[in-house]
Write a protein that binds this ligand. Structure first.
Ligand code: SF4
Ligand code: SF4
Length: 222
């Protein structure tokens, strides 16, 4: 899932300070699951902003709505009337949601209420951990299902580096060494001998450095 967390309240208030009527728009998918921008968080954010406005003597109106997915226009169209009725939208979706709103409603001012953090998963109650950087050229098969791009602080394809110590990364004692994780998995699978092969450079051209990436499926186009 896409994992995000809410921006500090002061930053949110700064962004929307020029506007009198704001729609707080949640997303019912990833950011609902990670408790950052679903219906409940929209309600809490609206109450908080109303109280903050009342305390500071500002007259503001906050509308609330949550769509199933902000990243698809067909769901955004369901709140088109509300969007048209406000001065700005505060999105509690991920960065894709914010951009989908901006592209669907070019004349609407839209602001992010979240920082989009990473692609990850919950590993315990209240803890999410990064697992994928969407590099476009997945090498998990070579590394026993542990991503060296995300789990190693240096994204090493041939590791570990000299900073690995007692299973933790030199970056922080709180960060497991990604290459220790890879080693442990390969050991369980009886595949440690694969570490003797040098992994060639990865095709980074499929990744973020290329700029605007798209996938075109001709068989699905109408
Ligand atoms: S190798 Fe790339 S696509 Fe595969 S999990 Fe890692 S970052 Fe994601
Ligand atoms: S210590 Fe491990 S995780 Fe940290 S940079 Fe080196 S190989 Fe990567």
């Amino acid at each position: 899932m896409i994992v995000g967390e809410q921006k500090p309240l002061d930053e949110i208030r700064d962004q929307i300070s020029p506007f009198k009527k704001v729609l707080i728009l949640g997303c019912g998918t990833c950011v609902t699951v990670c408790f950052a921008g679903g219906e409940k968080e929209v309600g809490v954010m609206a109450s908080t902003l109303r109280m903050a406005g009342a305390v500071s003597g500002q007259e503001k109106e906050f509308l609330e709505a949550t769509v199933k997915r902000q990243c698809e226009w067909e769901f955004l169209d369901q709140v088109a009337e509300q969007i048209a009725s406000v001065d700005a939208v505060l999105s509690l979706g991920c960065g894709i949601g914010v951009q989908a709103i901006a592209e669907r409603f070019p004349k609407v001012r839209v602001y992010p209420g979240l920082n989009t953090s990473f692609l990850g998963m919950p590993v315990e109650q209240g803890v999410w951990s990064a697992r994928c950087a969407a590099c476009g050229d997945c090498v998990l098969g070579r590394f026993a299902g542990v991503c060296p791009i995300v789990r190693c602080s240096k994204s090493l394809l041939n590791g570990p580096c000299g900073g690995s110590h007692d299973g933790v990364c030199e970056i922080s004692p709180d960060i497991p060494c990604g290459w220790q994780l890879i080693y442990d998995r390969l050991e369980v699978l009886g595949l440690l001998d694969t570490l003797e092969e040098i992994v060639p450079p990865k095709d980074w051209s499929a990744g973020m450095g290329r700029g605007g990436r798209s996938i075109v499926r001709e068989d699905l186009k109408i």
